[in-house]
Each structure stands twice: as C-alpha cells, then as structure tokens.
Design a protein around this ligand. Structure first.
Ligand code: GAR
Length: 189
C-alpha cells in the first residue's frame, strides 16, 4: 500500500481530484490532509471524501515537532502540496528527500517565489501579456518554488483572457495532469 499525505490551505479542488482519481485504486491510501487554515473549504471536502484531517498553525509547524512527528508516524511515500502556501520547515524537507512535491500554477521559473500564488500569479501573467502559461510540478526544497522540476504542461493565453479565465485553464491542466504525475511517482520512479 502506498501512502499519500496532502497539504492544502484553501479551496481544495486539487485535493478532491487526487482523491477521486485514486478512489478505486486499492494500492493507494490518502492517509491524511494537513491544513493550516481552520476555515478552508478543503476541510469540508476532506470530510466528504473520508480523508482524516489535521489543522495546524504556525507555531505547530515551525516551533514544535507536532507536524513532523505525525508525518514520521504515517511514513508517507509521497507528501503532496496541493494548494499549500507556507514554506516547509527544513527538518521536514530533510526527513523526506525526494518525497515532497508541489504544484505551481505557472511555468516556473517564471512567476514563482514568495507571494506568487493562486490569483496573484494569473494577474501577473495577464498584466505581462504572456501568450503562454501552464503548470509546474516540482520537488520541494527550502526555497519557494525552486526545487527540481518534474513536469510542466502549457496552455495558450490570448488578449481576451482575464485572471479568472487563466485560472480556469490552469485548473483544467491541474485536473488532467496532477493525479497522473503522482501516480507515476508512486509506482514508476
Ligand atoms: C492551485 O491552482 C495551485 O496550483 C495553486 O493554488 C491553487 C489551489 O487551488 N498553488 C500555488 O499557487 C502554490 N504557490 P485548490 O485549492 O482549488 O486546489
């Protein structure tokens, strides 16, 4: 049995898609959702999807070993940041080499770094009149959006696009590719 742990901060559409993709796969268990926002909609999704969840705050993450020890206890095969916005503490990164991945809603190294998340990314892409954007799935290190790239997919952006319409295109790419990339990392790498 392969164990996946998910980290999310907000809406949770990626969490839902990953969970649905693996729902008929008896070799994969979504063991836990870690969430840093007690009001996040992803917590309601997790309940409906029967994924156990833990809510944590900054102190628990950065100043205590609570999250770290829970992760050691679960011993996941993959830790997936699926719309998670905080930097992962170095202790956790070092404990799980090549086992923590993140999805970013742009073609890194463009539009990455602190403060570049969700809608901020799409607004910048539109403001700069990019003709192409996309998604990047990458390993996580101690810097925002800087780890080795595993996968990218692109979509065209036109003059008519708004930040909202770019977000829709990006979510479609995430839905199409993120669960498959996770599947591949679990079973083929
Ligand atoms: C996703 O588009 C993901 O790529 C992005 O947040 C969104 C979360 O959506 N992640 C980042 O910006 C990380 N820097 P969701 O909560 O509906 O899955």
């Amino acid at each position: 049995m392969k164990k996946i742990v998910l980290f999310a901060s907000g809406n949770g559409s990626n969490v839902q898609q990953i969970s649905e993709y693996f729902s008929t796969n008896t070799l994969v268990d979504i063991s836990m959702l870690f969430c840093n926002n007690p009001n996040a909609y992803v917590l309601q999704r997790a309940e409906k999807l029967h994924i156990p969840s833990i809510v944590f705050n900054k102190n628990m993450f950065y100043l205590s070993n609570i999250v770290y020890e829970k992760l050691l206890e679960i011993n996941p095969d993959l830790i997936v940041l699926a719309g998670f916005l905080w930097l992962v503490p170095e202790g956790i990164i070092n404990a799980f080499p090549k086992k923590i991945i993140n999805i970013h809603p742009a073609l890194l190294p463009k539009y990455g770094g602190k403060g570049m998340y969700g809608h901020h990314v799409h607004e910048a892409v539109v403001a700069n009149k990019e003709s192409i954007s996309g998604i990047t799935i990458h390993y996580v290190n101690q810097h925002y959006d800087k780890g080795d790239i595993i996968f990218q997919a692109k979509c065209p952006i036109t003059d008519l696009d708004t930040a909202d319409s770019v977000a829709e295109k990006i979510h479609l790419l995430e839905k199409e590719h993120f669960p498959k990339v996770i599947d591949n990392l679990l079973f083929n790498v």
